[in-house]
Design a protein around this ligand. Structure first.
Ligand SMILES: *[C@@H]1O[C@H](CO)[C@@H](O)[C@H](O)[C@H]1NC(C)=O
Length: 220
């Protein structure tokens, strides 16, 4: 059986719904909107049409509280069962902070350092993971394993400020080019994002799950 407190915990932490019916005040949760992220580093090379070294620092993700849960699977007492949570976020979900980039996008050289706003429009997200028991002080906690993150946006809007040492014309053109080619770019960085977000979200969920023994989330 699904239990509301476990469900609420995971749903909230996993950037899902903040809808009132899933709230459970007995467990304190970190705020998820905005969600502070660790450094995200994307490095592509070799045969990829993208040849970039792209780093996002001090980034926050805005908009998660608009999430609507579309499906929840596997959140039962058996922590090792694969868990899957899908949400959609109508409108914008924005990754805002600092960036540095250098390399080549498709055919064009890119270089810059400044403020960035990367916005996912009308997205569907899914996270999958399994749990593994971890014993501490005679209690069983859940450790996250196999964490994956998938996103399916309708479009992505890039706004990288101060590209090419602040050359406005070059910068505007590059942002336009990135926006026009968002799909191709996203396809190339999807795996890295999954990996990076997996680590970031995994850590957040893990820290919170480490607060209470797993059974406590059932709170019967
Ligand atoms: C980020 O970009 C989106 C899409 O262009 C925009 O709607 C939003 O206002 C921007 N956010 C900030 C803080 O600039």
């Amino acid at each position: 059986m699904l239990n509301l407190s476990l469900k609420s915990l995971l749903i909230v932490i996993l950037c899902a719904s903040l809808r009132a019916q899933f709230r459970d005040d007995s467990i304190s949760l970190p705020p998820v909107d905005p969600l502070t992220l660790d450094t995200i580093h994307i490095m592509k090379g070799g045969d990829s049409p993208l040849n970039i070294d792209f780093t996002l620092t001090n980034n926050k993700l805005y908009g998660l509280s608009k999430s609507i849960v579309t499906s929840v699977h596997g959140f039962g007492k058996d922590m090792t069962q694969k868990k899957s949570l899908a949400v959609k976020v109508p409108g914008a979900i924005s990754l805002i902070g600092d960036y540095t980039v250098s390399g080549k996008v498709l055919i064009l050289p890119i270089q810059g350092k400044g403020k960035s706003n990367i916005t996912f429009v009308d997205s569907e997200f899914r996270v999958d993971f399994t749990g593994a028991p971890e014993e501490r002080d005679g209690n069983i906690y859940m450790k996250l394993e196999n964490f994956h993150w998938y996103a399916n946006p309708k479009s992505i809007i890039f706004d990288l400020q101060n590209l090419f040492n602040g050359d406005k014309a070059l910068g505007d053109n590059m942002n336009k080019f990135l926006n026009e080619n968002w799909k191709e770019i996203y396809t190339e960085i999807e795996d890295s994002l999954d990996e990076q977000f997996g680590v970031v979200f995994g850590k957040i969920v893990h820290e919170d799950l480490a607060k209470y023994p797993y059974a406590q989330y059932f709170n019967e």
